[in-house]
Design a protein around this ligand. Structure first.
Ligand SMILES: [Zn+2]
Ligand SMILES: [Zn+2]
Length: 271
């Protein structure tokens, strides 16, 4: 069974609406034996009236209780999802060492300091220019930071676009993708396939729904082997969404295994 390495709960992620009990119940129902919980932590996030940070020690303590709750048949991996901005790279690297995380995800949720979920201005840019800058920031994040395991949802930039043909393609910015992959591969980090992106693309009627095969083929061609799967679930009913579809797709492209991280070490599991 492939691990779902990316999930949120309302206990520590300000935008999530599910309890740990609800998440555990969904994992059990789906027959999962291991899941990752990766609460949102944004350093210096633009003020939206919400607190995107939390007390890491309180999380560490709460997690011990969660593990007991989950029992011996369901392993919980303690993770976090840090939001990257150029000026917070050092702080993220410092925070990542403060408690014994199993997995650390890095994400880019902002474009030029603005949240594109609410601020649509970035979508006025020509598609290639937008993607070049976004994937360039993903590359910079993976180069600048050290204490992380997974680069999350490289396609987040098109999750909320109004143009349903605006899909992130390798051909949009090959140099930036190569830089991004070079950093991941040389540092032994993993690329996430975010299945919530697939679900959103389907829901909204995008012309493409699965990640561009050219992106994944290039990653593999450059020596990239480590892929994690994450549903990025925030609410009941979305755990491991589109997992079977993503697994079949990866297999069709020649990938044979995925990884999960425990104590920052990658473990492979067959697709
Ligand atoms: Zn995210
Ligand atoms: Zn997330």
């Amino acid at each position: 069974m492939v691990t779902d390495s990316h999930n949120h709960t309302k206990h520590f992620s300000v935008d999530a609406g599910q309890t740990i009990d609800e998440l555990i119940a969904q994992a059990r129902e789906g027959g999962f034996t291991r899941i990752g919980i990766t609460e949102h932590y944004e350093v210096d996030y633009p003020d939206d009236g919400l607190d995107w940070t939390f007390d890491l020690n309180a999380y560490n303590e709460a997690f011990k209780g969660w593990k007991t709750k989950a029992g011996p048949d369901l392993e919980l991996l303690m993770g976090i999802e840090f939001g990257y901005q150029t000026h917070v790279a050092e702080e993220i690297d410092r925070l990542a060492t403060l408690i014994p995380f199993d997995e650390v995800l890095l994400s880019v949720h902002l474009f030029r300091g603005k949240d594109f979920y609410v601020d649509r201005e970035c979508y006025q840019l020509p598609k290639k220019e937008l993607h070049k800058e976004y994937i360039g920031t993903m590359a910079e994040m993976c180069e600048k930071c050290s204490n992380y395991d997974i680069a999350a949802h490289y396609d987040y930039i098109n999750r909320y676009t109004d143009n349903l043909n605006n899909f992130v393609l390798y051909e949009d910015c090959p140099k930036e993708f190569d830089r991004f992959f070079e950093a991941l591969i040389s540092k032994g980090k993993a690329l996430e396939i975010n299945t919530k992106s697939i679900q959103k693309h389907k829901e909204r009627g995008f012309s493409m729904t699965l990640p561009d095969p050219a992106v994944l083929n290039r990653y593999r061609e450059m020596g990239g082997k480590m892929i994690t799967l994450g549903s990025d679930s925030h609410f009941p009913g979305t755990f491991a969404v589109c997992f079977n579809e993503a697994v079949e797709y990866l297999k069709s492209l020649g990938f044979k295994e995925s990884v999960y991280f425990k104590d920052h070490k990658p473990y492979t599991e067959p697709l």
